[in-house]
Design a protein around this ligand. Structure first.
Ligand code: CA
Length: 226
């Protein structure tokens, strides 16, 4: 089997060299790009198993490159961000990033994330009984949720709620009912728990937030048709 390939886009030499060394120790074949323009030139010509993308880059920043990549391919992308930079996780996931690590990071953790992401993206191509509604795809085995084949990361309860609604589309559920069914007990406390989770889900669904429909005075439902 030929080695898995990673494109490492990072302008700081020291950081790039360290990362390259760790990834090569893991058996990956690493190609380097030192700015956004070079990265895009390489990506047009070659495919990779994973792309590691620094945000602050000369020529073209990580956000722009991520958007460009997602126009044509679903290669897993990990953002590298500096702690000092204001990193907008949601924007990152909306643009199609799969994960991110904050510098300075532990090389062990980084390698673990790379391995996990590559494993997941390879599993995704195997046959699984996905639940699919429009651009939304759920893998009940791994509890992963994808929008346009890009994974979005949910908390366990957000996942449970979304999974329940996707299993039962076009039906209105009151907040009380959802608390009973999804939280699995007679909830005596705050119905706003449901609202909060719906809000989080919508924000993670980004452009597709309207799948989760509010029925005024009644509750929520997942719209499967138009
Ligand atoms: Ca940089």
């Amino acid at each position: 089997m030929s080695p898995l390939t990673i494109l490492l886009v990072e302008d700081e030499d020291k950081m790039r060299n360290v990362l390259k060394k760790y990834l090569e120790n893991e058996g990956y074949l690493v190609e380097e790009a030192v700015d956004g323009k070079k990265a895009l030139d390489i990506i047009i010509k070659k495919t990779f198993d994973l792309i590691m993308l620094d945000i602050m880059l000369p020529e073209s920043d990580g956000w722009t490159i991520c958007k460009e990549i997602r126009k044509s391919c679903q290669t897993p992308i990990i953002f590298l961000t500096a702690r000092s930079e204001e990193f907008d996780k949601l924007l990152g996931f909306e643009l199609g990033a799969d994960d991110y690590v904050t510098k300075p990071f532990s090389p062990k953790e980084l390698v673990a994330r790379v391995n996990a992401l590559i494993r997941r993206s390879q599993n995704n191509t195997l046959n699984t009984d996905y639940l699919i509604i429009k651009n939304l795809k759920i893998n009940p085995d791994s509890k992963q949720v994808f929008i346009n084949n890009t994974e979005i990361l949910l908390t366990p309860k957000e996942y449970d709620l979304l999974y329940f609604l996707v299993r039962n589309p076009n039906k209105v559920y009151s907040r009380e009912r959802l608390l009973n069914l999804v939280w699995d007990y007679d909830f005596l406390g705050d119905l706003r728990t449901v609202d909060t989770h719906i809000k989080q889900l919508r924000s993670k669904l980004g452009l597709y937030k309207n799948y989760l429909h509010t029925v005024w005075g009644s509750g929520y439902m997942l719209k499967a048709g138009d």
